[in-house]
Design a protein around this ligand. Structure first.
Ligand code: PLP
Length: 400
């Protein structure tokens, strides 16, 4: 079959909710993807931050093959060795105390919100009503997650959403304080906003949120679905800031390509929130995904990918600096943390057009917001990969 046959075949039977780029990927190897014509692409998107150690790492694929042959699923009515190991791995990696496995990021957000509501309920006898979230945040597409997502474009067709959500400005603690009242049960924030345009939180801002939550006994939820798992140079971004949340959400790179997410809570929250009957999921934490979680975290530890990111990110930023200097009328600046970087483009250079031209030249990149080109390379990226990316983008910017 030809590339166009696959594209037509997909469009014929898929609900049209994505405007996909005209590529048909066939397989991957390390930092590279290959399409059905055999053309090779350097990947600086990682399937939106999922493929942290690239494609086809032998330790990871071996662990999955073994688990497929052993046991795929049992439901959460029973224990499995894989569930124990995965829970231990997440708690070890994050320093959190208790974990619940979900099937996606959005579902982890739902669990985090329910945890905060139940925590307030145990305390006061009524469920927590209000949640503070941030403008330009992204937390997922399910109704609860959409309710705390600060982007009207995603929300407008779906009102009424969950009641009681108030939006403050990111990195502006003074905009948060007036929104707190006695019915506020949680603040939810991405330590680095991803979809909103790769915007790192200032440390003082997160400290301010921590303090507000402590003063009012509200839960601080860090959504590290995109910025977690080594991407910013620490297993979780908050470990680098040294500010601990009450609830952590994680997904994307957590399963290295297998759909799995989780929310994890502190000891205090674990003891006084969700209990039997309050929450559940059929697939969540099945032996197959748990084998993937354990393999992912163990690989991240044995390869010391957070360390590699800390060591290599300055070089990446240097190359982005050069692109800004060389194309000042097209690339206005860059921002980010570790291997989570955004190039801010001028209004006449549309991020989507850059992505298309980069694909033609064999480079996969992403967009974020309306004016940002987003780079989320696999965490195994070396300087030579960064050089190749910068050279291709240089050519792309030259073509505008
Ligand atoms: C991707 C993302 C989500 C949603 O995860 P899904 O697995 O797509 O449901 C939530 N929060 C952040 C920060 C994300 O980047």
């Amino acid at each position: 079959m030809e590339k166009q046959d696959y594209i037509n075949g997909c469009e014929e039977n898929l609900l049209h909710v994505y405007n996909r780029f005209p590529v048909v990927f066939d397989h991957g190897e390390g930092m590279r993807l290959f399409d059905t014509d055999g053309k090779s692409y350097l990947d600086f998107g990682s399937g939106i931050g999922v493929m942290a150690f690239g494609y086809g790492h032998p330790d990871y694929t071996r662990a999955l093959h073994e688990q497929v042959d052993r046991l795929m699923h049992t439901s959460n009515l029973y224990y499995t060795p894989q569930l124990m190991r995965a829970a231990q791995a997440v708690c070890r990696a994050s320093g959190m105390d208790k974990v619940f496995f979900t099937n996606s990021g959005a579902e982890a957000i739902e669990g985090a919100i329910k945890t905060a509501k139940k925590y307030a309920y145990k305390k006061t006898g009524k469920a927590g009503k209000n949640v503070i979230a941030f403008n330009h945040s992204f937390h997922g597409r399910t109704v609860g997650a959409l309710s705390v997502t600060g982007n009207e474009h995603y929300r407008e067709a779906f009102y009424p959403l969950m009641d009681g959500v108030r939006f403050a400005d990111f990195n502006d603690i003074d905009s948060v304080r007036p929104l707190v009242d006695e019915d506020t049960c949680a603040i939810i924030v991405e330590p680095v906003q991803g979809e909103g345009g790769i915007i790192p939180a200032a440390k003082e801002f997160l400290l301010g949120l921590r303090q507000l939550c402590d003063e009012n006994d509200m839960l601080l939820i860090f959504d590290e679905i995109q910025c977690g798992m080594g991407r910013t140079g620490h297993m979780y971004t908050f470990l680098g800031y040294d500010i601990t949340p009450d609830v952590l959400t994680t997904a994307k790179a957590l399963g290295g390509g297998v759909p799995v997410g989780a929310f994890a809570v502190s000891k205090k929250v674990g003891e006084s929130s969700l209990q039997p009957g309050d929450h559940g999921t059929t697939y969540g934490g099945n032996p197959f995904v748990c084998a993937a979680v354990t393999a992912s975290i163990e690989l991240m530890e044995s390869l010391d990918l957070p360390g590699h990111v800390r060591k290599t990110a300055p070089y990446l930023e240097e190359k982005l600096d050069e692109l800004c200097k060389k194309h000042p009328d097209k690339v206005l600046g860059h921002r980010g943390l570790g291997f989570m970087q955004g190039l801010i483009l001028s209004p006449d250079v549309k991020p989507g057009d850059v992505v298309v031209r980069a694909l033609e030249k064999g480079l996969v990149v992403l967009t974020a917001g309306s004016d940002v080109l987003r780079l989320l390379p696999p965490l195994i990226a070396e300087k030579s990969d960064i050089d190749e990316m910068a050279e291709i983008l240089d050519g792309v910017f030259m073509s505008f």
